[in-house]
Every structure is written in structure tokens, then in C-alpha cells.
Design a protein around this ligand. Structure first.
Ligand code: SF4
Ligand code: SF4
Length: 373
């Protein structure tokens, strides 16, 4: 396993000042086109609807075509009445035990349920607050926004699972973001903050645990975003109605971190907050290395973290010049050229996209190694 450092693009400026977009006129909840809809019916915030849970109160206007990640789909259009009338009263639970925690999680989040359902002995809790994307710090920002609730809840987890060691892990390049939180963190003596060097792929569990030299056995591993979500589910039986996204890129006048209502349309966010320097741009979602092209009709769901607005570069795939850059960057030390020459797949490949990113011949190497785009 190899750790590499990526260089930043000097044309992408970072600004971590937070904006809040809690009052979109409409939200767009992806839904199964076969489901019956009642136009003009009232919707409450936190009400299950389509493939999600409404993040506003209002009424159903009809349906519209949108993009849910890369897929074109139908969405229920909800006109926001700005009243925030909730389907549930936000009431904090007093007593939480492991059984009630697992039960709450089973109702709201499959991924978290899979983590907690078979958890027995917990020696340590690792909270990964690292984002691999060079221009993104959504995990840390989410922590800062919810710091008191999160630390209190983490303390409760330590007590429930009798963990001996608990670490919140961040990159040393992000320490200034967290400086103003140090006093609060210091008042939880069982929680330690660990700073790691700025290398790529630490957002992945395998790479982080290896770097920390800790075994996966008896480790409760969560990302910070998971922990923030878990706190709301367990303490309130609620899902967060908001999402943090970063919008940046070489054609963005001023990058922004924006907390938006889930299911807001990207178009509405960009119109309100972003000045684009040139009309000839492309939108890339989640990563410049292995993200995907998107358009303005993208709906902001839990899976969307960053939107890059970039100059369009027309590149053509050329023959391999055997420069060796792909091998030198591959975290799994795969002999990529050999696989390319023999058109051979590779089980070890993580599909991290670093080889594609570095290849001067613009060869889609992950397609060769994994057999898809
Ligand atoms: S980086 Fe691209 S051009 Fe260089 S050896 Fe690898 S495949 Fe060939
Ligand atoms: S995507 Fe490329 S760099 Fe990443 S593991 Fe696979 S072969 Fe290696």
C-alpha cells in the first residue's frame, strides 16, 4: 500500500466561509414514476416522500425531469411554503442503550445498520474526518457545525461500547479549521484529536487504519459525516434535512461551501451563489480524479459533496509512451502497463482513478483494469 501526495491546481482557489441556503422555492425529490401522486396535496417536513424525506413543508406541484447522480429520473416538485411545518416533533430521547440505538439505525440507514448490527466488542472508535478531495473539507465543517451534539454523542458511544481509545482523525493541513474548537474538544478527555500528513486516499477505511497501524478487529469505524447523521437518528429519530456542498473550480470567481436543503436543484444554488467566469464550462461532481460529469439539473442528495466548474479541455487518447507515471502513482503497485498490453483485468484495483488522472496519453486505464467506465 502506497501513500501519495497530490499537487493542487493553483487556479482553484479555496474559500471555506459557509453560506446557508435554507429557503429554496422548490425542492425535487426523486421518485418511482409508477407511484401515484396527488398534485396540490400538502407535504410536511420530514415526511417520507418518493425516494427521500421532504426537507421542507409545502405542496406537491407536479413532476419534473432531473438528474439523480448520473441517472435521468423523475422528481416530485414541492413548492416550499417556508413554514417548516414538521411531521414529527423534534424531541430528544433521554435514555439510549445499544438495543435502542441499533433499532433506530435499522429504520433510517442501511449502511449504518450494517455497521452496528453485528458489533460486539469495541476496543477503539475511529472517526475519520478526512476528505480526500484537495479543495474540500466537508467532514470537518460538518463537525464544526454540530460540535457540541457530536462530542456529547461520541462520549455516550464510548460509554455504551466501553471503548478504551477514541480518535477523531483530520489532516494536518486542516488544523486551522479546527483551532477554534480545541477548547470544546479538550473538555472531553476520552476523545483525542489525531493529525495526519496530507496524503491521498486517507478517506478510505483500509488506508486510514493502515496509516494508524490499527487492526479492523474490534474497531468501530465511522466517517464524521456518518457520526453527525447517527447522532440525529439516535437522539431524535430524524434524518438531517440539509447537506454541505462545496462549489469550486478554475472558472469559479469565488468558491463556496454552502449548506443547502436536500433535494435543491444545483441550478438554483449556482444562480444564487456562484459567478462563473466563462460560459464554456463543464460540471464535474464529487472528484476531479474519479468523479462524473453532471449538469445543472442535478438534485443535491446525500451522495453529492462537491461540484467543480471547470474549463472544458478536449483531450484525445493516445498510445502508451511507457513513461511509468501510472505505476509510480498506483497505491496498490499494480503493473498497469502490463495489464494494458494484455488487456487484462485486475482484482486488486481500487478504481481510485489516480492512473487515469496522471496518464499523459489520457488512456482510460480503470476501464482496462476493471472492465467498465
Ligand atoms: S501513465 Fe499512461 S502513458 Fe505512462 S506508462 Fe502509464 S499508461 Fe503508459
Ligand atoms: S485505479 Fe489505477 S491507480 Fe487506482 S488502484 Fe486501480 S490501477 Fe491503481
Amino acid at each position: 500500500m502506497k501513500y501519495i501526495t497530490l499537487e493542487k491546481n493553483p487556479n482553484i482557489k479555496i474559500n471555506k466561509k459557509i453560506e446557508y441556503f435554507y429557503n429554496p422555492d422548490y425542492i425535487y425529490i426523486p421518485f418511482d414514476n409508477k407511484a401515484k401522486i396527488n398534485v396540490d396535496s400538502l407535504v410536511l417536513k420530514d415526511m417520507p416522500l418518493g425516494e427521500g424525506i421532504s426537507s421542507v413543508s409545502g405542496k406537491i406541484l407536479g413532476i419534473s425531469d432531473v438528474y439523480n447522480k448520473q441517472n435521468k429520473t423523475k422528481a416530485l416538485v414541492i413548492a416550499n411554503d417556508f413554514r417548516e411545518k414538521c411531521a414529527k416533533i423534534k424531541k430528544r430521547k433521554d435514555n439510549i442503550d445499544i438495543l435502542s440505538l441499533v433499532k433506530s439505525v435499522s429504520l433510517y440507514d442501511e449502511k449504518l445498520f450494517n455497521i452496528f448490527k453485528s458489533l460486539n466488542k469495541v476496543e477503539r472508535i475511529i472517526i475519520n474526518a478526512i476528505d480526500d478531495e484537495l479543495y474540500v473539507a466537508n467532514n470537518i465543517i460538518n463537525f464544526k457545525e454540530n460540535i457540541n451534539d457530536v462530542l456529547e454523542f461520541l462520549d455516550k458511544l464510548i460509554f455504551l461500547y466501553k471503548a478504551k481509545e477514541t480518535l477523531i482523525v483530520i489532516k494536518n493541513t486542516e488544523s486551522e479549521l479546527i483551532e477554534e474548537c480545541l477548547d470544546i474538544i479538550g473538555s472531553y478527555p476520552l476523545i483525542k484529536l489525531t493529525l495526519l500528513e496530507n496524503v491521498h486516499l486517507l478517506s478510505q477505511k483500509e488506508f486510514l487504519l493502515n496509516k494508524l497501524k490499527v487492526s479492523e478487529n474490534n474497531t468501530l469505524y465511522l466517517t464524521m459525516n456518518d457520526l453527525v447523521k447517527l447522532e440525529k437518528i439516535v437522539n431524535y429519530n430524524l434524518l438531517d434535512s440539509t447537506k454541505i456542498i462545496t462549489i469550486c473550480g478554475d472558472l469559479v470567481q469565488e468558491s463556496k461551501v454552502i449548506i443547502v436543503k436536500k433535494y435543491t436543484l444545483l441550478k438554483n444554488i449556482i444562480t444564487k451563489y456562484i459567478t462563473i467566469k466563462d460560459n464554456n464550462y463543464i460540471l464535474i461532481c464529487n472528484s476531479l480524479i474519479n468523479g462524473f460529469r453532471c449538469n445543472l439539473d442535478l438534485v443535491i442528495t446525500d451522495d453529492i459533496n462537491v461540484i467543480y466548474i471547470m474549463k472544458e479541455k478536449l483531450v484525445e487518447e493516445e498510445a502508451c509512451i511507457k513513461c511509468g507515471k501510472c505505476l509510480s502513482i498506483c497505491p496498490k503497485n499494480i503493473d498497469i502497463v502490463d495489464h494494458l498490453e494484455k488487456n487484462k483485468k485486475c482484482k486488486l484495483c481500487l478504481k481510485c482513478g489516480l492512473c487515469n488522472y496522471i496518464c499523459p496519453s489520457h488512456i482510460n486505464l480503470t476501464k482496462v483494469l476493471k472492465g467498465d467506465d
